[in-house]
Design a protein around this ligand. Structure first.
Ligand code: DGL
Length: 269
């Protein structure tokens, strides 16, 4: 039995790690499309095709539930895949909704009309494709009114993280935060709207200062997955867990081990 976790590369490991801590008895199959990362500079059609292919492979390996632990894929592919209809007994879910429910102080599945919330000025850091999709703003507008969102597309950051160049990644965080603060000098909250960015969470918090609450997706998605599996225990799936990549398995294993500070061994997908 395994629950699938998909990302373009290493970023989804931040979600996987939180999910493994929250659900130690559940097996997970991680799939990183590292050979084709970053997705955030691709157009929506391309991201849809790549995501759709990967999720079908994970379903075929026995995962009944696949989490798109990738905001870029969630923005470009999730709705389209769900609308096209998924195979009987299979599900695909994204990572936006748990985050937006936390930001708007909602319980899971609270579909009441949008209302005023305490946080009024929100900085969104995401990939160029996620920012262009305006998917965060759309999901937020279903739940909250009067929230001002300023989005900063963080070009180059995913490549630097995938390459393990943390000095460049830190410099990029600083310059993207500076650019955001020029547009919105006093955000109350910052959303790390790409699952790679929690690997740089300390750098974001340092650049934003202590008064800004930084929201990242790991624990929020893990809690929401735990709740989902309690309500749908049959979605645990039948396949085996493990770590798959379309990239160079040894290189990806080294990076993953460095990021999660425990031994992770990827196999070729
Ligand atoms: N980690 C992904 C996200 O959450 C994608 C990054 C990328 O491949 O550009 O958006």
């Amino acid at each position: 039995m395994a629950v699938g976790i998909f990302d373009s590369g290493l970023g989804g490991l931040t979600v996987l790690d939180a999910a493994q801590r929250r659900l130690p008895d559940v097996e997970f199959l991680y799939f990183g499309d590292n050979a084709r990362a970053p997705y955030g500079v691709r157009d929506a059609e391309d991201v849809f095709q790549l995501t759709n292919d990967a999720v079908h492979q994970m379903w075929a390996r026995g995962c009944d539930l696949v989490i798109l632990a990738c905001n870029t894929a969630s923005a470009a592919a999730l709705r389209r895949m769900q609308e096209a209809g998924v195979p009987e007994g299979k599900r695909v879910l994204g990572v936006f909704v748990p985050l937006i429910e936390a930001l708007t102080e909602r319980q899971w599945g609270d579909n009441s009309p949008p209302r005023e919330v305490a946080t009024k000025h929100v900085a969104l850091f995401a990939t160029p494709a996620t920012v262009a999709s305006r998917a965060f703003q759309r999901e937020l507008a279903f739940r909250a009114i009067g929230v001002d969102v300023e989005a900063q597309s963080c070009g180059g950051l995913v490549d630097a993280i995938e390459d393990g160049d943390m000095i460049l990644a830190e410099a990029l965080v600083k310059s993207h935060v500076d650019a955001l603060l020029r547009k919105m000098p006093k955000p109350e909250a910052a959303i790390l709207g790409c699952t790679h960015y929690p690997l740089m969470e300390e750098a974001f918090q340092a650049a934003l200062g202590p008064d800004v609450t930084v929201f990242s997706q790991g624990n929020l998605v893990a809690d929401s997955l735990a709740d989902y599996l309690t309500r749908h225990p049959q979605m645990l799936g039948s396949g085996e867990g493990g770590y798959l990549t379309t990239g160079d398995a040894s290189r990806v294993s080294t990076r993953a081990t460095q990021f999660l500070r425990r031994e992770i061994t990827f196999q070729s997908a």
